[in-house]
Design a protein around this ligand. Structure first.
Ligand code: URA
Length: 420
């Protein structure tokens, strides 16, 4: 067997055997299969799809490409949460401290930015000192001591996904059902939680553009979870415009802190957080009544326990908590430019994908695997869909360290905001 035959087989729309899939995954992880060969096969999968059996083999092979965590010491109800990605999606950063403050253990491995969407790990790293590369024993110790830890995918956990995820990001092969389903479920299976809540996003700012596509993706992921003995619940989130107001790494952390301390709680963000949270609480065996679960979440926000849990987590992982007490300490971009509306009317569209791509151009995301992120770059929306504007009102504010990009982004924002 060799990789050229496997690439040619998928290119020619034939079905791969379990052995061929294993050969590819093992060879890519140990370095005997090169990035360019993996790129060709991934593109062939993207174009020609996979049968359910191929998807099952790919997912389990990826899950078993490294360590599989045993979290049984935290009980039977360890819950994990994963989003299929969105723009301005700071849901995990807000939601998980709320969940941990209710006594439900949170052991979460998150990802970095992918395509036009940001990643929780990049965002958390904008808090100076916050360490997301933690060993598994340390990760478990944090969960045992304070009930929460959010870390990046360790090198030893689903390493096949780690490599493929970064590769797909740079070859325009992200928005694809078998590739997303295998990526997410291989990590979730390896990460050890037995209850999984999936936030499946759809719309202009998601990889799945329609609810039908999102439902199909959820169906595949739920089936994979079931075969691995996990209980999986999918929650569907519309994502036409960005969630909340901020897009960009430290801008989103500031928005999350403001949410947790009650200063500003954007309605759409609040709705997603509560919707996911009520199901997590139920799956964790801490309450079957969804309305009651919502009240519990609101209480923990109001009495400061959720914010406190977030601070504990930041401190535990080496982050400087003074930034949480004083958000003005976060690094600011050199150019902060308000974009003024040229017309009056009602905002009817803010394409989240376009905003996400623009934020990447400003420095908030990666174009190449090795790119470093500018933590202070991004866009803050001042107006959202349905709001009225007068000519001269600020639509959005651009944050960048590059004067030319600021000028470019200004025109783009005027184009992205559709006003009628
Ligand atoms: N999130 C993941 O972990 N993988 C994907 O492919 C898409 C979103």
């Amino acid at each position: 067997m060799n990789i050229l035959e496997i690439i040619a087989k998928k290119r020619d729309e034939k079905i791969l055997t379990k052995k061929e899939i294993e050969f590819f995954i093992n060879g890519y992880v140990d370095g005997t299969i090169a990035d360019y060969q993996a790129s060709a096969l991934v593109m062939a999968i993207y174009l020609n799809g996979m049968t359910d059996e191929e998807l099952l083999d790919l997912t389990f092979c990826m899950a078993n490409s490294g360590d599989v965590l045993d979290l049984s010491e935290f009980g039977e109800n360890v819950v994990d949460k994963h989003s299929t990605g969105g723009v301005g999606d700071k849901v995990s950063i807000v939601l998980l401290p709320i969940i941990a403050s209710l006594g439900i253990p949170v052991a979460k491995m998150s990802g970095r930015g992918l395509g036009f969407t940001g990643g929780t790990i990049d965002k958390l790293e904008s808090i100076p000192g916050f360490n997301t590369s933690v060993s598994i024993p340390k990760f478990k110790e944090y969960v045992k001591n304070i009930g929460i830890s959010i870390i990046g995918q360790t090198a030893d956990l689903a390493p096949a996904d780690k490599k493929l995820y970064a590769l797909r990001d740079t070859i325009s092969c992200v928005d694809n059902i078998p590739l997303i389903a295998s990526s997410i479920m291989s990590k979730k299976i390896a990460a050890g939680a037995n209850k999984i809540v999936l936030e499946v996003t759809y719309g202009k700012g998601a990889f799945m553009k329609s609810l039908e596509g999102a439902k199909l993706l959820a169906e595949k992921m739920e089936a994979l979870g079931k075969l691995a003995g996990r209980e999986v619940k999918s929650v569907f989130t519309p994502m036409d415009e960005p969630i909340g107001y901020c897009v960009g790494n430290n801008l989103e952390i500031i928005e999350a802190i403001n949410f947790l301390n009650g200063t500003v709680m954007p309605e759409d963000l609040k709705n997603v957080v509560l919707e996911l949270g009520i199901h997590i609480i139920k799956l964790a065996g801490k309450g079957d009544n969804l309305e009651q679960n919502k009240l519990k979440m609101i209480e923990t926000l109001n009495n400061g326990l959720a914010l406190n849990k977030f601070k504990q987590m930041v401190k535990n992982q080496g982050g400087d908590t003074s930034y949480i007490d004083d958000i003005t300490k976060f690094e600011k971009a050199k150019y902060i430019v308000d974009v003024k509306s040229k017309q009056s009317g009602e905002i009817v569209e803010i394409n989240a994908e376009e905003i996400g791509k623009l934020a990447c151009t400003l420095g908030a995301g990666r174009i190449r695997k090795e790119d470093t992120i500018d933590m202070s770059a991004g866009i803050v929306l001042n107006k959202k869909i349905g709001q009225k504007v007068e000519a001269g009102d600020t639509l959005a504010t651009i944050y960048t360290n590059n004067a030319e990009k600021a000028k470019f982004a200004e025109n783009e924002i005027l184009d992205i905001y559709k006003i009628q």
